[in-house]
Design a protein around this ligand. Sequence first.
Ligand SMILES: [Zn+2]
Length: 288
Amino acid sequence: MPAQGQHRKPRSLSRLTRICVIAGTGGVAIALPLVGADIASAQTPASAPAAVAAQAPHAAPKAAPKATQYKVVRGDTLSKIATSHHVAGGWHRVYNDNKTVIGSNPNIIRPGEKLTLNGPNTAQHAVVKKAVPAPAKKAVKPAAKPAAVKTTDSGYTKPVGNAAIGTPYHQAGSNWSSGYHTGVDFLVGTGTPIHAIAAGTVVSAGWDGAYGNDVIIKHPDGKYTLYAHQSQLLVSAGQTVTEGQQIGLSGATGNVTGPHLHFEVRTTPYYGSDIDPVAYLAAHGVTV
Ligand SMILES: [Zn+2]
């Protein structure tokens, strides 16, 4: 094999020119000879059209012209290339089909760059950047409703606004040290206002291990309520609160897999003295 560097370009060029003439008048032989010029330089020009005819006997002359490769040489411009190769759509088409190679400035092309001419790929390029807009999904409506909560005549109210219940009370599982779920989980996003279910006195407010930031309130009936995993606490120990008063914001602190309010009712301030929180609320006229 002779060194190709010297000979290749001129030969391709002359072949390109010739093929263009053929393409311009007949059209059939447009693709393969050009590819051949690039790849199989040993092939003679004469043999190429024959090969094409043999391969695609039924191809209509105007059937989708295949993409051809053209190597930019010194002195080329897009419009010159488009004109000399009869690219339908002119230099705009050449540019559109080769933006990734050429870059943002169609006036600058560099010798050696390989351009695709007359390719059937226009459609592809047109749809490339169809960004699929991610549906704005809000996990749970955070604080959509203002802090106003509906209180009941009984003096009790919900700890959060309308929210689905996740893990129910007493569900057995290895996640809990007592062997079962000691409260009820309300599925609310981080930042949802949390309310004292009844008037009382804050026993503790702060970090509480697996509970994250929680608030424990003692109520006049001797029961305690606990509000866990809060992102922000708005009360402190010793403080008295009224029914429905906002005591913090929900979150995902402590041992959680996601934001929610873990709510407990206890007979003492201590872990393990829990009673059914949903039944307790229901007994006071609050349905969750
Ligand atoms: Zn829980």
